[in-house]
Write a protein that binds this ligand. Structure first.
Ligand code: NAD
Length: 261
């Protein structure tokens, strides 16, 4: 359990990739603060399971990642109650698929706020805590869309490219403090976020569900397979190891070869 004594704050961790990060880090003894939306009883069950797995306290923050005050309060609670974060994973994210000329302005603003600005705010509040300890790990879940684009995803692609730039910048600023800052960039991972965008993509492209899965989602993924949330979490776990101390400012693709093309 190499993360015993460490605290991890993971945004958007009530579902999908975020929950897989939480489970992987808890299995190595980290004290976890999860965050995100969902059914209260389900979240409490996950929180209790994390505590049982790690043998360390686990907390839940309901902070909305589009609310700057709530984000500041979440990091403060993590510091007050858990003495962290030592590990910060910016993972909360939403998607909306529409042609740019029809892209709803409120959706654009929400995606930029949740997928990009929230990471700036959590990093801004967490870096002083990590600098004081001379140790820290910051991991952003970016995306293949931090490196390349797809049509009808203007806000998401913009936010994810921004997240990659943010990670590189903060990596340089924190490099002499024992802090590493990296992005993990998955291709398509089968999670609720991907499942939910199928109907809109069907509408935008005039396709059936099967066509969207095979001809859009997996079309660019040379392995023709979805990545799993557990595979993404395994990379985050490695980035938390001492052996990963020199990996900083990197954007690590886990995309079945998508961005190699
Ligand atoms: P998901 O929908 O399963 O999980 C998203 C999480 O974010 C949930 O816990 C949700 O409650 C939370 N969330 C959403 N809005 C929030 C808000 N305003 N405040 C707080 N929490 C909020 O999605 P996922 O596929 O696990 O995605 C996780 C991350 O991985 C996202 O940043 C996404 O862009 C990225 N990603 C996913 C894929 C994929 O194929 N699934 C690929 C590349 C990148």
């Amino acid at each position: 359990m190499f993360l015993k004594g460490k605290t991890a704050l993971i945004t958007g961790s009530t579902s999908g990739i975020g929950l897989a990060y939480a489970k992987a880090l808890a299995a190595e003894g980290a004290s976890i603060m999860i965050n995100g939306f969902g059914d209260v009883a389900d979240i409490e069950k996950e929180r209790a399971a994390l505590e049982a797995a790690s043998g360390a306290p686990a907390f839940y923050s309901p902070a909305d990642m589009s609310d700057a005050d709530a984000i500041a309060a979440m990091v403060k609670a993590c510091n007050d109650q858990m003495g962290g974060p030592d590990i910060l994973i910016n993972n909360a994210g939403i998607q909306h698929v529409a042609p740019v000329e029809d892209f709803p302005i409120d959706k654009w603003n929400a995606i930029i706020a949740i997928n990009l600005t929230s990471a700036f705010l959590t990093i801004r509040a967490s870096v002083p805590i990590m600098k004081a300890k001379k140790w820290g790990r910051i991991i952003n879940t970016a995306s293949a869309h931090s490196l390349t684009a797809s049509p009808f995803k203007s806000a998401y692609v913009t936010a994810k490219h921004g997240l990659a730039g943010l990670a590189k910048t903060v990596a340089l600023e924190t490099a002499t403090f024992g802090i590493t800052v990296n992005c993990i960039s998955p291709g398509y991972v089968w999670t609720p976020l991907v499942e939910k965008q199928i109907p809109d993509t069907m509408k935008a492209r005039g396709m059936t569900r099967e066509q969207v899965i095979n001809d859009v989602l997996l079309a660019g993924q040379p392995t023709k397979q979805f990545a799993t949330a557990e595979e993404i979490a395994a990379m985050a776990l490695f980035l938390c190891r001492d052996e990963a101390a020199q990996i900083t400012g990197a954007n690590i693709s886990i995309d079945g070869g998508w961005t190699a093309q």
